[in-house]
Design a protein around this ligand. Structure first.
Ligand code: ZXY
Ligand code: CA
Length: 512
């Protein structure tokens, strides 16, 4: 019996499904396009102290420099080599970031672009972030090195060599995604180069990987690569910890490729989550927050222990990629905070918070023609540092959603509620809902166009609590609303639909 228990615990701690976050931490944040120096500072001054579990970083390997358009964010998804050398920083800065973040219990998750190299029409040159040369004419990337043997040209059956039909699984995985040079991942040599790259990052101390464009990689090839990864660096992680793997697979139902093809390898992104939640909170198509009662598997989502969930990501916040128009972003701040708070309060999935840079949206015929714009940068192309203002917000175009009080406090709520079931669900049949997490936390939303004044069973011990949405606990008092839980566990909630944020949340650690 005891042995079985040990085996069970051991198993759950070592799988590639386990995010490897430090004890008591439950979320990661995507610091999209941040410099390694800024991430190191952010780990020490903000993420560590506020209970964030880790950071998804932009791809650290050398990429093509694209000047038409001028340095788009997606140039980092066109690899030239596996040298750690990008606009975010060099290898020394990368190592310094990993060390400093790990030392404060905030772990690093690398965006791994392994399906392809740069676009096939690029030609010959060395306009890359570390100066490595390339020639797409003879399919050569000496910085790795890869040669014409290492690409999928023979396996792809379309006349253009590109994916032409997304319903044809062979095309999706053997042909070029938007002309990007498609690697032959069944080849021992190619697998070796990729595992060397990822194992080098593991040795430096990273905790896992986002696998970009996983839909375009054969599951057996990805499984072969993942199985050859080393255990995590024991300077920071328990013995025989496996790297956390989460695979970017856009599956909104329909189409030939299912997220379930990837469940054996690691977690998978649940794109239905943000799409549906956006619809509910926007009240589109007659959707209501009351329908959230059976949120999760009940909505046809993947099993909770496979799901990586998020309200928006770097791609669909721009109106493309999976999701469509319903996706909520920082541009819709009031609704966005409700969506992120709901996600962090609800037990389903492993949660990722988005942290963006802003750009001037410009819709022409329904499409944002500025969706390509890269991070805040100087004329010479170098990325701007993230300045922190007096009030803890960020400057120079960095949005820092993760620093918004409501979002930061809900990251802490999730840590406090970790492991507790959803309890005490209540709804008014419309857009007022409430639920608890055992006896650790309680949240109430009013997304109706009327005021709310109601007494609900919270499950919490009696006492006075600080609402962490309108304010927070400051010493022995609250900077925002106060909620009084009586000895039978009930509390009165008044939420006006004109409140700055029409929701209230309390948990054990904000009792005064
Ligand atoms: N790009 C512009 C111009 C070039 C890059 C564009 O209009 N692309 C076509 C629509 C998006 O398709 C892409 C998808 O994944 C990528 C792409 C890409 C992954 C990469 C590099 C890429 O272009 O250039 O590593 C994609 C694939 C799917 C799917 C949805 C999106 O269902 O199977 C972009 C770049 C988008 O819009 C991009 C880049 C990196 C990502 C990502 C999207 O991780 O999710
Ligand atoms: Ca492929």
């Amino acid at each position: 019996m005891r042995l079985l228990l040990i085996l069970l615990l051991f198993g759950s701690c070592t799988g590639q499904f386990n995010p490897n976050v430090a004890c008591g931490r439950t979320s990661i944040v995507h610091l999209f396009e941040w410099r390694w120096e800024d991430i190191a500072e952010e780990c020490e001054r903000y993420l560590g102290p506020n209970g964030f579990g880790g950071v998804q970083i932009s791809p650290p390997n050398e990429n093509l420099i694209i000047t038409n358009p001028n340095r788009p964010w997606w140039e980092r998804y066109q690899p030239i080599s596996y040298k750690i050398c990008t606009r975010s920083g060099d290898e020394d800065q990368f190592k310094d970031m990993v060390t400093r973040c790990n030392n404060v219990g905030v772990y690093i998750y690398v965006d791994a672009v392994i399906n392809h190299m740069c676009g096939s029409g690029v030609g010959k040159g060395s306009s890359s972030t570390c100066g490595s040369s390339y020639s797409t004419n003879d399919e050569s990337f000496p910085g790795v090195p890869y040669s014409n043997f290492d690409f999928n040209d023979n396996k792809c059956k379309t006349s253009s060599g590109d994916i032409e039909n997304y319903d044809d699984t062979d095309q999706v995985r053997n042909c070029r995604l938007l002309s990007l040079m498609d690697l032959a991942l069944e080849k021992e040599y190619v697998r070796g180069k990729i595992t060397d790259y990822l194992n080098k990052l593991i040795a430096i101390g990273v905790a896992g990987f986002r696998i970009d464009a996983s839909k375009h990689i054969w599951p057996r090839d990805l499984q072969a690569i993942v199985s050859r990864l080393n255990n995590l660096n024991t300077h920071w992680f328990p013995n025989v910890s496996r790297p956390f793997i989460f695979q970017e697979v856009i599956d909104l139902g329909g189409g030939g490729i299912s997220v379930s093809d990837y469940f054996d390898i690691g977690r998978v992104t649940e794109f239905k989550y943000g799409t549906k939640l956006g619809k509910l909170i926007r009240k589109w198509d007659g959707e209501k927050m009351a329908y959230l009662k059976n949120w999760g598997e009940g909505w046809g989502f993947m099993p909770t222990d496979r799901a990586l969930v998020f309200v928006d990501n770097h791609d669909n916040q721009r109106g493309h990629g999976g999701g469509g128009d319903s996706i909520l972003t920082f541009f819709d701040a009031r609704l966005y905070k409700m969506a992120v708070a709901f996600m962090l309060a609800h037990p389903y999935g492993f949660t990722r918070v988005m942290s963006s840079f802003s750009w001037p949206r410009n819709f022409v015929n329904g499409k944002d023609i500025n969706d390509w714009i890269g991070p805040p940068s100087y004329n010479n192309g170098s990325i701007k540092a993230v300045p922190i203002n007096e009030d803890s917000t960020c400057g120079d175009g960095w949005v820092c959603e993760h620093r918004w009080r409501q979002i930061k406090n809900m990251v802490i709520f999730r840590n406090v509620a970790d492991g507790q079931a959803l309890t005490n669900w209540w709804d008014n049949g419309q857009n007022q809902i409430a639920f608890g997490r055992g006896n650790t936390g309680f949240i109430v939303f009013n997304n109706d166009n009327c005021d709310m004044d109601i007494t609900l069973n919270t499950g919490l011990p009696a006492g006075t609590y600080c609402d962490i949405i309108s304010g927070q606990k400051n010493g022995d008092s609250c900077t925002g609303k106060q909620i009084t839980v009586s000895s039978n566990g009930t509390a009165n909630f008044r939420i006006s639909n004109s409140d700055a944020d029409p929701f209230v949340a309390i948990h054990l650690n904000v009792k005064v």
